[in-house]
Write a protein that binds this ligand. Structure first.
Ligand code: ITT
Length: 188
């Protein structure tokens, strides 16, 4: 099966290829844009993008919206993660967290729109901690400041396969593959 991935982020594309191709899903890059609505949840952003792109005639595609949620900041930056990364970056996040709890979680909501499988979303969560200084050069975004629960290395210090095993996106990909299988089984 082949699915297009709508993203402007080449790191995401690589993570999807690494995670889904062994599961029999070929991932093709679709360089199209969607207006991310201002809303409270990743799931609403994803559903709105699916509708916009479907309305524009696209089919057999997926996309994700992801974010870092910090309970001591009442869930911030959450759906504003891209804006915060572009304005204050990892360093600004570290400054914001001085003196506050460092527990955090990444979430990734994947939305799929497929002729064969219909439309659905799945969400993966990776709990962890924000470290005190940036570590590592791999990955992207907040990877240098996030350590997944039970581990010592940041995502930016891991190779892509290890990040995919532990990450919000990797977990969402497992749920995606499971849902695809369930929907295909239902057709038999
Ligand atoms: P799209 O074109 O796919 O939307 P994006 O990079 O804007 O690419 P998101 O809106 O999903 O992706 O991400 C919101 C922010 O969270 C953005 O600043 C990302 O760099 C960051 N982010 C998303 N996934 C991440 C991950 O796996 N590791 C670190 N940071 C991540």
């Amino acid at each position: 099966m082949k699915l297009g991935l709508v993203t402007s982020n080449r790191h995401k594309l690589e993570e999807y290829r690494q995670g889904l191709e062994p599961l029999g899903v070929e991932v093709e890059h679709l360089d199209v844009d969607c207006d991310e609505i201002q809303t409270e949840t990743l799931q609403d952003v994803v559903r709105s993008c699916l509708d916009q792109l479907k309305g524009a005639g696209l089919s057999n595609f997926m996309l994700d919206d992801s974010g870092l949620f910090v309970p001591s900041l009442n869930g911030f930056p959450g759906v504003y993660s891209a804006y915060i990364m572009d304005t204050i970056g990892c360093r600004g996040m570290l400054r914001l967290l001085e003196g506050l709890g460092r527990e955090a979680r990444f979430e990734c909501c994947i939305g799929v729109c497929s002729d064969e499988l219909g439309e659905f979303t799945v969400t993966g969560v990776s709990p962890g901690m924000i470290v005190r200084e940036e570590r590592g050069t791999g990955g992207f975004g907040y990877d240098p400041i996030f350590v997944p629960e039970g581990h010592e290395l940041t995502f930016a210090q891991m190779d892509m396969a290890s990040k995919n095993e532990l990450s919000h996106r990797g977990k969402a990909m497992v749920l995606l593959a499971r849902e695809m299988e369930r929907r295909m089984g239902g057709r038999k």
